[in-house]
Design a protein around this ligand. Structure first.
Ligand code: NAI
Length: 356
């Protein structure tokens, strides 16, 4: 399939395919929008079943970044990179240095950082080849580095807000929360929920991570395939996207979904199916922006640690506006949030054209 024939490619500004034989790099960089600024979004390293799946992932993730950055009030557009993981990675540092050269060739239209499968050391390798990278943490600066704890904090604050919106208690004490995925974000979210007195149920395909949550947070560990349908109040997807489909929705028993994973819904229609089941969905691109706020603070050098915390504390307020709009307009929360973001992008577009 040609990239522009892909059903998710309609509004993207550019899609770049990259290959470097020496390092084994095969990657895609999708740029959805630069209306608000350079396209910013992390780099995912994943073993995809085929190239169409990798392309689809890059396109959807880049579009989500446009909406996320717009609603977060950041002067950044939306983009994303995926690296198709080779069968075995020889020299990891060389792979990411090659990726950095490809990012550099785009002249700053795309800024990269960590995502699933990539870590701070990888971004340090990218930085050998380009300055268009963040999530590294610079010496002597109060912001930057691994964005995961900031993402987790934003999700936690948003979850508390959504729980109150549903008429729940002021705090999350005693509330039953299922966390799917205990990586960078899920582990930190588990910690915050544990400190808040929530009752945790967790799963991870990596049993070591699940056992860590059991010992540190007193969490109940269950099989990965059972987590979405577990008997809890809130489900927090913090693994991969596309996990909430018609079959999952039919089995879910929670009243709220609020987690970090990008593109949790398999299709847009699933947002309406959740409404029909009476399950409130906190859109991922609204609640998981703490990480990109940290990345932006490091890259743009515009915010100190206090300002970053204030930005993260604005996430529940943005969520509340989305929930109110959805209620007022009788639409799903995803439709309401996309409308708000698209409005911001449309308002910025003429400015970008003039600059060009
Ligand atoms: P990670 O790669 O550190 O952790 C993901 C975890 O999910 C791993 O422990 C993995 O074993 C587990 N996992 C994978 N498939 C699973 C399954 N079917 N069931 C249970 N566990 C499974 O990734 P990270 O950084 O924690 O990100 C999690 C999600 O949040 C991703 O979708 C990412 O795109 C999104 N996100 C992350 C941000 C960040 O700051 N790291 C920012 C915004 C979104």
């Amino acid at each position: 399939m040609l990239p522009f024939d892909h059903p998710d490619a309609a509004d993207h500004e550019a899609v770049h395919f990259l290959r470097d034989a020496a390092s084994g790099l095969e990657a895609i960089i999708a740029i959805h929008s630069t209306a608000l600024g350079p396209a910013a979004g992390g780099c995912r390293l994943w073993r995809y079943p085929n190239r169409d799946d990798a392309l689809g992932d890059a396109l959807r993730l880049a579009e989500g970044m446009s909406y996320k950055n717009a609603l977060a009030g950041l002067p950044l557009g939306g983009g994303k990179a995926v690296i198709l993981a080779p069968a075995s990675i020889g020299d990891r540092s060389a792979l990411f240095a090659a990726f950095g050269r490809a990012v550099n060739a785009l002249g700053g239209r795309y800024i990269t950082a960590e995502d699933v499968g990539t870590r701070v050391d990888d971004m340090k390798a990218v930085a050998r080849s380009t300055a268009y990278v963040s999530g590294i943490g610079a010496d002597g600066r109060s912001v930057g580095g691994d964005p995961s704890p900031h993402t987790a904090r934003g999700v936690f604050l948003a979850m508390r807000e959504a729980w109150r919106w549903l008429g729940g208690s002021e705090s999350l004490e005693g509330v039953r929360v299922a966390v799917q995925g205990l990586g960078g974000v899920g582990r930190h979210l588990g910690q915050l929920l544990h400190e808040a007195g929530a009752q945790l149920t967790v799963s991870d395909i990596d049993p070591v991570r699940a056992q860590y949550a059991r010992s540190q947070f007193g969490a109940t560990v269950i099989e990965p395939q059972a987590i979405l349908a577990s008997d809890v109040d809130i489900v927090a997807p913090c693994a991969l996207g596309g996990i909430i489909d018609a079959a999952a929705i039919a089995r879910m028993r929670c009243v709220l979904v609020c987690g970090a994973a990008n593109n949790q819904l398999a299709t847009l229609a699933d947002a309406d199916a959740l409404v029909d089941r009476g399950i409130l969905f906190a859109p991922d691109f609204v609640v998981n922006s703490g990480g990109i706020m940290s990345v932006a603070a490091e890259y743009l050098r515009a915010s100190d640690a206090d300002e970053l915390q204030r930005q993260i504390e604005s996430i529940p307020l943005t969520l509340r506006r989305v929930l109110q709009a959805a209620q007022d307009n009788r639409q799903s929360t995803v439709a309401a949030a996309r409308d708000m973001a698209q409005h911001l992008l449309a308002a910025a577009a003429p400015k970008a054209t003039q600059v060009a």
